[in-house]
Structure formats: C-alpha cells, structure tokens
Design a protein around this ligand. Structure first.
Ligand SMILES: [Zn+2]
Length: 428
C-alpha cells in the first residue's frame, strides 16, 4: 500500500481556523491517478453557520483534487478521502469540531456496474432509443443521425466544432422552417452528470417523435446539444465514473478544465479555482477549451433568435438563473424567477417532486465563468437557466438508470412551460 512518503504533499495545516491543503507538488498525472484509487467516504453534517460556509467554500475554493467534497442534501456533505490521507483529514476536521461519520470504503470504478444495469434495460416501445439506460457517445450520435434521416424536414444535425480529442461537437436543430425564436439547450457539460444527456435526448425524442407535442415546434425552434463535453463523458464511461472536466492536457500532467468556469464573463473570480488539479479549475484563459469556445460561437451566431438558454446539470434539483458570481440581481430577475416557479409547479404536478428556484448563488453556490452567467451577462440572452436535475447513487452524480424515466418526463413538463412563455412573448 502507498505510504505518505510516496506522495510529497503538504497537508492538514490549520491556519486561522481553516484547514489548508496545499497543492500536491511533483505529482505526475499517473501517480496522481494511482493515489486516488483507494478512498474512504465520510458524511459531514455542519452544526454551525460557520461550518456550513466552510464546507461550501471547500467544495469549490480549496478543493484541489486530493479529496472531493460533494453536497449530498441540504444538511449533509460527503467527502471522499484517499486512504493514505485519512489520518490528516480526520485530525484537521476534528480540530474544527466537525462530526465525521465514516461511511466506509468507496468503490471507485463503478462504470462496469452501470453497464451491467444498462444492458438489461428494455427500450421504450415507441422510441428507437432507450430511456432506461445511459448511452455512450456513439449511441447518442447514432440516435441523432436516425432522427435526421427519419425526420429530414424537422431535424438537421450540425457539427459546430471539434473537442480536444477530436470528437465532433454535434447539435440537433429542430425547426419547421422560417425564422423563429430559438430555445437553446445544452447538457453533458460536466462529464459525470449522465442524467443530463438523457434529459436532452428525451426532449428531442418528445419534440420529434411524439405527435401530441407537434405544437411545440410550430412557432419555436430548438437547438439541442446533448453532450457538450464528449471527451469527459466518454472518459466517465471508460475510466473514472466521477470525472467532471474536459480532457485537455495541462501542466504537471494534470488533465481537464471545468468548462462551467471557463466562459469569458467574470472569469477566475470567486467560486472557481486556479489550480490545475481542482474540480473547478477555470483554465489557463477564458475559452481555453474547444468545447466552451465552440459553444459560445454557436450562441453568438444565433444570438438574434435565441430567447431562452437552459444548461442542464445535476444534482442539486433546482432551477437557477443568473448570477452565480455576485449577489446582485439581473434587471429581469423577477421575470426569470416567476417563469422558473411556474415550470417548477408543472414539474411538481407530474410526480410530486420539488425543485428549488432562485439565483445560482442563492440555490447553489458562488461560481464565476459559468455558461449561464456568460449567456446572460455577456451574450445578452433574456432568459438563462442552470437547470440542475436530481441526484442519486453513491455520490449524487450516479443516479441509477432506473430513475431516468421519472426525471426526464417530469422535467419535460417544465420545458413545456418555458416553451409557452417564449411562444407568447417572442413570436410575432
Ligand atoms: Zn454540473
């Protein structure tokens, strides 16, 4: 087993009441990956306001890849800690009077288990794609091609760019012709949030293949990007189920930038990290990643028509509007709030599940350089949302495939509310 001396890391220093876990110097990518293989999972429930704020801060600010902290619910956080780092972690958190509950050894590579569940899931009768399993990028591309061949008058595919590893970045343009307001939806920006491409695909399927929804494409066009970060998505299927970022090569052997901190609006402010190994690394410069650069170009190109932008993430179960970088409210915050609240009501009526509604900073956390803040603050799209789908599984991101139909159908009820608003307010 690896010992501490194998990994020259400064750690566990208490400074001004805050634990400081410094960057792991001299770690190459391979050794870094190796040391992450054996992890212990803890549950932490903050008892004081200060403890809660500290955990939220650590979740984005100082989280540097040695351990990962994930908010599990309104009250509890899960922290995954490498085995070799256990003692230092317990000492540091114990010194701050946190109550740590040991949940046990974490099984890291759960991709194969997922695939086992996936293979046994039957397809929905009326769809040539199943919504009872998660799909690989190739399968998703095949379904897009199928739609464009089967419904050539309604669906047009476009490769709007190429990923770092040369995968096509593909969108489906749903239109019955003419110049109409556009609803733009992206998903899969964060690789491990598998429920989000499933959601985007379900929206496509429901818009195109369900006759009762024909009215949804008559006066509004849709641009749907099912997988905005295909390199990361594939990596989360083949190597690390909980990979979040892109796959670009960085200094010190580290890989990946957080695409949702890489947009050129209030870039590298609070709520994003400058450390390459961090889960929220903002990148060496704004739009350093082809995935964010091409998505922003796509949005700019269609700016006159795009009236509503939704970026799907998981797993906070909320509908959040700008801003994430500041407490200041956009001029039409009330409008965005009311619209999201109406969508939430429609969602609730389907299965009785509640989604929080508020600004990104209110319902999630501080973040800068997000696609939604950029789409609103820099591109100037009227209505912008980060739509966080529900969580499940061991770490929230690994919602079991059996839950897909519940999520995608209830959220589609909310999508219909957004559509109605765009149609009423932006069609001539
Ligand atoms: Zn996300």
């Amino acid at each position: 087993m690896a010992t501490l001396s194998d990994f020259p890391v400064q750690h566990g220093i208490i400074t001004n009441g805050h634990p400081v876990f410094d960057r792991p110097h001299r770690l190459t990518g391979e050794r870094f990956a190796a040391m992450q293989n054996a992890n212990i999972l803890y549950e932490v429930i903050p008892f004081t306001y200060e403890q809660k704020k500290l955990l939220e801060f650590l979740e984005t600010g100082l989280e540097i890849g040695i351990w990962q902290i994930v908010r599990k619910s309104k009250r509890s956080f899960h922290i995954s800690v490498p085995l070799y780092f256990r003692k230092e972690f317990e000492n540091a958190f114990g010194a701050l009077s946190f109550n740590l509950k040991l949940l046990g050894r974490e099984v890291k590579a759960s991709t194969s288990n997922h695939q086992k569940i996936c293979k046994s899931a039957p397809a929905l009768r009326d769809a040539p794609i199943s919504f009872k399993k998660y799909h690989r990028y190739g399968e998703i591309q095949d379904y897009l091609k199928y739609l464009s061949l089967e419904y050539p008058n309604t669906v047009c595919l476009q490769n709007y760019g190429v990923s770092y590893e040369n995968r096509p970045l593909t969108l489906a343009y749903v239109s019955t012709g003419g110049s109409k307001p556009i609803i733009l939806i992206d998903a899969g920006m964060h690789a491990r949030e598998w429920i989000t491409p499933a959601q985007a695909l379900y929206i496509l399927h429901a818009l195109i293949e369900k006759k009762e929804n024909k009215y949804l494409i008559e006066k509004v066009d849709w641009i749907i990007v099912p997988v905005a970060n295909p390199d990361g998505y594939e990596y989360s299927h083949t190597v690390d189920r909980f990979w979040r970022k892109t796959r670009s090569k960085l200094k010190n052997g580290a890989r990946g930038v957080d695409p949702n901190r890489n947009f050129d609006f209030q870039w590298m402010q609070d709520g994003a990290s400058r450390h390459e190994v961090s889960q929220t690394y903002c990148g060496p410069c704004p739009f350093s990643e082809p995935e964010t650069k091409f998505l922003s170009r796509l949005i700019i190109k269609n700016l006159n028509q795009i009236k509503l932008y939704i970026s799907f993430h998981s797993f906070r179960q909320c509908i959040a509007y700008p801003f994430g970088y500041t407490h200041a409210s956009p001029h039409n915050a009330y409008e965005m709030h009311q619209l999201a609240a109406r969508a939430e009501e429609a969602i609730y009526r389907v299965h009785g599940n509640h989604y929080d509604v508020g600004s990104t900073l209110q319902v999630m956390r501080k973040m800068s350089g997000s696609s939604t803040d950029w789409a609103y603050g820099a591109a100037g799209i009227d209505l912008c949302y980060t739509f966080e789908l529900p969580g499940g599984g061991t770490r929230g991101f690994d919602l079991p495939a059996s839950a897909i139909p519940t999520v995608v159908t209830e959220v589609f009820a909310g999508i219909k509310v957004f559509h109605k608003y765009v149609q009423l307010n932006y069609t001539k």
